[in-house]
Design a protein around this ligand. Structure first.
Ligand code: PLP
Length: 399
């Protein structure tokens, strides 16, 4: 049994779970701000745009019409239809209403999905660098993580890499493309190969597509559900509305997958949070059925920031950064600078840069990969410019 200083005793299943290290940076930056220091924050993983007006209006209307009661745990039929229709139009996917559920954010869908299939002793194949939440949910479920290091292929997962990590205990493969924290996207043909390999080996697959809409031309976004027909009974797709439509606080995500898996997930949800907020569901329908210009505008702005940031990062001595195809993160290699400065790893860099340079970012170590840092460019051009000036000035202080 785990005990804390006050001798309260907590469940064993929590003993291996760690607090999100991306939140830790945000909290440290908040403390500095509270003491009057102007910190530039590249740690946040959320859009800096406001929620579009027509989406807000739908929530206000729902409130005025007293749409404020319980809905089915998996979301209303109207919302499920809107999710299915949006994906069918954009990606030609074919799913039925019993193969979709809404949730309080993509995170809850992933949590439910993993809890529904993992037993103690199972292994999760987890490409690194990974979003910090994946390994923690696996541990919570009593499973272990078998990490697939993708650094050798510039952080793009391949079927060969998966093949090298297969094991008799492996039950689930997690894929996140475009990826948090690297922004890299797996080419569509390679993704298909990975899925076919996984299904040949009876693996379940969660395709976390929360950044799917943040894919920059000439690369085109796709949904795993359109890539395979055989094996779809083991494939679960997770999406979120908040990244796409700048709806961070609304907490609305979804999952598409085999009816049996979805129904077990809904069972878990029905005994925990029940339905996602009724108002958010109405807002979500407006987002999914509404004009797409707002998404295109945000995307164009993110692309402009990406191009600026990557060029700037490659000018910093000891930094190297490949051009990410998606999401809103850059993941520069800072090994050259670490070596030259004597700083002991990406955590030390994160700490010193915040303390001395007043810029918050996240150490690669938090995502399972040392020698890199994650910079979120969900920040205005002005902040990116000023932040990069501070980073350069910080780096130049070292001989
Ligand atoms: C890779 C990845 N998946 C899922 C999520 C969860 O998103 P939501 O806020 O919809 O729960 C995030 C959020 O940062 C993410 O980065």
């Amino acid at each position: 049994m785990t005990k804390n200083a006050r001798d309260l005793s907590f469940a064993d299943r929590l003993s291996k779970m760690e607090t999100s290290s991306t939140l830790a940076v945000l909290q440290a930056a908040d403390r500095m701000r509270a003491s009057g220091i102007d910190v530039i924050d590249f740690g946040a993983g959320e859009p800096d745009f406001p929620t579009p007006e027509h989406i807000k209006a739908a929530a206000i209307e729902a409130l005025e019409q007293n749409f404020t009661k319980y809905t089915p745990a998996a979301g209303t039929a109207e919302l499920k239809r809107a999710i299915l229709d949006r994906l069918a139009v954009d990606y030609q996917t074919e799913y039925r209403p019993e193969e979709v559920t809404a949730s309080a954010g993509g995170k809850q869908a992933i949590f439910n999905a993993m809890l529904a299939i993992l037993n103690p002793g199972d292994e999760v194949l987890l490409p690194s660098p990974y979003w910090v939440t994946f390994p923690e949910i696996a541990k919570f479920a009593g499973a272990t993580n078998r990490v697939i290091d993708t650094e050798s292929n510039a952080f793009v997962l391949t079927a060969d890499l998966v093949a090298q990590h297969l094991s008799p205990k492996a039950k689930l493969l997690i894929i996140n493309s475009p990826c948090n924290p690297t922004g890299r996207a797996i080419p569509c043909d390679e993704f298909r190969k990975i899925l076919n390999l996984a299904f040949e080996h009876d693996l379940y697959v969660i395709s976390d597509e929360c950044y799917r809409e943040f894919t920059y031309a000439p690369v085109t976004p796709y949904c795993a559900g359109q890539l395979v027909t055989d094996g779809r009974d083991r494939l679960l797709i997770v999406g979120t509305l908040y990244k796409t439509y700048a709806m961070t606080g609304w907490r609305l995500g979804y999952a598409l997958g085999p009816a049996a898996w979805i129904s077990e997930m809904v069972k878990i949800q029905s005994h925990s949070t029940s339905n996602p907020s009724s108002l958010s569901q109405k807002a979500g329908i407006a987002a999914l059925r509404g004009p797409l210009e707002c998404v295109q505008e945000m995307l164009a702005e993110y692309r402009r920031r990406r191009d600026f940031l990557i060029a700037e990062l490659n000018r910093v001595p000891g930094f190297e950064c490949v051009l990410p195809e998606g999401a809103f993160y850059a993941f520069p290699n800072i090994k050259g600078f670490l070596k030259q400065s004597g700083l002991n790893g990406s955590k030390a860099f994160e700490f010193e840069l915040l303390k001395e340079g007043h810029v918050a970012l996240t150490a690669g170590q938090s995502f399972g990969t040392e020698g890199y840092v994650r910079i979120s460019y969900a920040a205005s051009m002005d902040l990116l410019q000023r932040g990069m000036e501070r980073i350069r000035a910080f780096v130049e202080r070292y001989p």
